[in-house]
Design a binder for this molecule. Structure first.
Ligand code: SAH
Length: 393
């Protein structure tokens, strides 16, 4: 059992699932990593059942606020069924066989991420509680989805904050998972589940790739931070005149070329450049290159608010250069997946970039993560991806 300091039950009453170490008055019964503990207010009121994590600043994560709940195999089966049926009911399900099945806290399963790539699942156990129930969760996932192959990518940095070592490999089944074929809105992609970034593919950008595709006709397109060519190939499929994709990772570009080959598209209209985006944008500027559509989808520059200042400089830099490269009437689709940069701050960074570039521009659209990445209302941290569609005068 853990007992909170007086007044520190407020966030739990709003159903926020995290309990920070500083909120604890005392811990009773010496719980181990991942053990289920009862959470009580200073007055002794039962508030929740949570997973204890002795090494983390987030000392406990709530499994359930329900009185009389039991955290057992049935609990996980039920939560996973609910997550799976939410996805099955989404319109996206008619257009793709790759979806985020479990989005951690937002699906009531703190620390658990599961992506489905056709008939292969990729699971990440990122908290002490998720780790503790790993076998139960794997069984329930196989049961809920019928997928025989489950690859584990518990190799994310955040595991160390929970005192957990990295782990990767097949947890269930086995097959070659270096090029899992998926379909997204009629486009074929290959996902490197074993060595790719995160779980192999950025599913959160699915709808945004579609929007870029719809905007690309006849345009000269620059896709920065292209990874395996998601936006670049969507733009080509949308009728872009030419596409330049810039990405620093050689293995990602190898998959990008496979992705291109997997679609009936004119490969003569696309070029992949292995380069650092910061340097390459300057090179393009010095060559007086012009584009009608620029996509900026950088990695997380600011995982937390503490890194926001340096991150803001980096975002401003690339957005400023993008504005300079845009032809009049050109479009900028600019993203941030940094949890530490809220949407209003991102907008002001982009505004500052336009100002310093000496251009006028208007927001004509906004982007977020696709619906298979739901944001629980009580957990605003789940709302990490933001983007702006900007037109240059
Ligand atoms: N837009 C992609 C996802 C981008 S993820 C999609 O839709 O699939 C961010 C990518 O930026 C990663 O592939 C990473 O390798 C790349 N990257 C990170 N820093 C970079 C840099 N300085 N220059 C070029 N690419 C970079």
């Amino acid at each position: 059992m853990i007992v909170l300091k007086r007044g520190r039950e407020k966030s739990l009453r709003r159903r926020h699932p995290w309990i920070y170490s500083g909120a604890l008055e005392r811990v009773e019964g010496n719980p181990g990593s991942g053990d289920t503990v009862e959470v009580r207010s200073a007055a002794g009121e039962r508030l929740a059942l949570a997973a204890y994590s002795p090494h983390s600043q987030i000392r406990a994560r709530v499994w359930s606020f329900a009185a009389g709940a039991a955290i057992d195999a049935g609990f996980f089966a039920q939560r996973l069924e609910a997550a799976a049926s939410l996805r099955a009911a989404l319109p996206d399900a008619r257009h793709t066989n790759a979806m985020r099945l479990v989005h951690g806290e937002c699906d009531g399963l703190p620390g658990l991420v599961v992506d489905r790539y056709a008939d292969v699942l990729v699971a990440q156990f990122l908290s002490a509680g998720a780790e503790r129930w790993r076998e139960t969760i794997l069984d329930a996932l196989a049961e809920a989805t019928g997928c025989e192959a489950i690859y584990e990518r518990s190799d994310a940095e955040v595991r160390s904050l929970e005192g957990l070592p990295p782990r990767a490999g097949f947890a269930r089944g086995n097959r070659n998972a270096r090029r899992c074929p998926i379909v997204e809105y009629g486009l074929n992609f290959r996902v490197d589940v074993e060595e790719g970034q995160k779980t192999g593919f950025f599913l959160d950008q699915r709808e945004n790739r579609q929007r870029v595709r719809a905007l690309a006709a006849g345009r000269e397109v620059l896709d920065c931070f292209s990874y395996t060519g998601g936006f670049a190939i969507a733009a080509l499929a949308g009728g872009a005149r030419r596409v330049l994709a810039v990405e620093s990772s050689a293995p990602a570009l190898e998959v990008a070329r496979d992705n291109l080959a997997a679609n009936p598209l004119d490969a003569g209209r696309i070029e992949f450049a292995q380069a650092d985006v910061f340097a390459h944008l300057r090179l393009l500027r010095d060559r007086a290159a012009r584009f009608d559509l620029v996509v900026l989808d950088p990695p997380k520059f600011a995982p937390t608010a503490a890194q926001a200042k340096n991150a803001a400089r980096a975002y401003k830099d690339i957005n400023l250069l993008a504005f300079k490269l845009l032809a009049p009437g050109g479009l900028l689709a600019t993203f941030s997946c940094s949890g530490g940069i809220a949407a209003p701050l991102f907008q002001s960074i982009v505004a500052g970039a336009a100002l310093d570039a000496g251009v006028e521009a208007k927001i004509i659209g906004r982007f977020g993560a696709a619906a298979d990445h739901p944001v629980a209302l009580e957990f605003p941290e789940g709302d990490y991806l933001k983007g702006l569609l900007v037109v240059k005068n």
